[in-house]
Design a protein around this ligand. Structure first.
Ligand code: PMT
Length: 357
């Protein structure tokens, strides 16, 4: 999707990406008096991206967690799904004060993760830091603050009686998941973190004898400032205008499908705002990357309608107004069982050919 709002933050201890001493400083960013650089001729390949950027410091530790998690659940006979969730950011400075963000609260990913867990999958939940999480999402959004559900009296603090039943059910599932150890949460912030973590996870999982699904619901930045062109320090506002020149983020679905994990069952999402474009763009993605399913959704209706596109054709999952507004059914409770069914059929079909993993 298009990169979203320009945001500022004060976490100045963010991990820097590569900034070789010899690199031109901030060639991609300039004030009004300096013309912006347009040095990049075209999209960089995934290979070139990884070769020219340093991996996040947390990668080896996350890799170990993934290996141990998948190994355990493979031996316990569970299928594994890697869910990506939330939006990636693009920093404008190495010591980041400002960044460009991507739209996504993480609702799709966190909600879907719960339904996968309920169906017995082990879930690697790769999410944007501070985005919605399975289970706690019910009480962590600004309009669902947990304090709204509590009351205090002389005996202590309690959940208000009206909310007890729902909270008991969510708490029960949360505790069950903790006990079973079926949820592994891993964080990303920048598109850089995301790309390295996804590649690492895919390469680890593909080497293991497990039936894996990838459910790529994250909203990934399309443009970024390469490490060697990024300003190190906070960009000063004295010059007035800020000109940005950004490179295209490599499309990692291609290497994911073809190289990193060729035997996995992969679902990507396509978000559009123009209804007329959605079917064509979704079909195009399926054809271009050759994976199993594209789920098309529109920004305005994504909680009520999604389109599933695969090589066989297209189908739609749609909630009625009654289901959506009165019964408060979550569309993910329909999407996930449908995907699990298709995953089973796919495993069976490729198992017969001796090809799937
Ligand atoms: O979290 P919510 O607020 O509930 O919102 C959910 C959602 C609308 C964000 C979600 O349902 C959704 O549509 N996510 C995908 C958003 C999108 O359009 O992504 P994209 O166009 O950047 O990428 C399309 C697919 O290609 C994605 O599955 C992505 O994993 C993949 N991709 C993207 C960029 C990139 N460089 N390489 C990729 O392979």
């Amino acid at each position: 999707p298009v990169n979203g709002a320009l945001a500022t933050h004060h976490h100045l201890n963010r991990e820097p990406v590569l900034h070789p001493a010899s690199a031109p400083a901030a060639a991609a960013i300039s004030g009004a008096s300096t013309p912006a650089s347009t040095s990049s001729p075209g999209p960089v390949s995934a290979e070139a991206y990884f070769a020219s950027h340093v991996a996040p410091k947390s990668l080896p530790e996350n890799a170990e967690k993934i290996r141990a998690f998948v190994d355990r659940h493979m031996h316990e006979g569970r299928r594994v799904v890697l869910v990506t969730s939330g939006g990636t950011t693009v920093p404008l400075e190495t010591l980041t004060v400002r960044f460009i963000d991507n739209f996504s609260a993480g609702t799709r990913g966190a909600t879907s993760a719960e339904y996968f867990l309920e169906q017995g999958y082990a879930v690697i939940f790769m999410h944007r830091q501070f985005s919605l999480q399975p289970y706690s999402r019910h009480y962590s959004h600004t309009k669902n603050c947990f304090l709204e559900f509590m009351e205090a009296d002389e005996d202590g603090i309690h959940v208000m009686p009206t909310y007890v039943e729902k909270m008991r059910s969510i708490l029960g599932k949360y505790r069950e998941t903790q006990k079973a150890g079926t949820l592994l949460s891993l964080e990303f912030v920048t598109v850089h973190d995301y790309l390295f973590l996804l590649r690492e996870a895919a390469q680890i999982i593909s080497k293991m004898d497990v039936h894996a699904m990838y459910y790529l619901a994250a909203a990934v930045s399309d443009f970024f400032i390469p490490a060697d062109k990024m300003a190190e320090h906070k960009i000063q506002s004295g010059d007035g205008l800020l000109n940005l020149s950004m490179d295209q983020v490599p499309k990692i679905l291609k290497p994911l499908v073809n190289d990193w994990t060729p035997k996995a069952f992969i679902i990507s999402f396509k978000l559009e705002t123009d209804e007329a474009l959605l079917p064509m763009k979704s079909r195009q993605a399926l054809k271009r990357y050759g994976h199993q399913i594209v789920i098309g959704n529109l920004l305005t209706t994504r909680k009520r309608v999604v389109h599933l596109i695969d090589m066989e054709g297209e189908s739609e999952i749609r909630l009625t107004a009654e289901e959506d507004e009165v019964q408060h059914i979550e569309i993910e409770s329909r999407i996930v069982p449908e995907l699990i069914q298709r995953h089973s059929e796919w495993i069976e079909a490729c198992g017969k050919r001796g090809e799937c993993g």
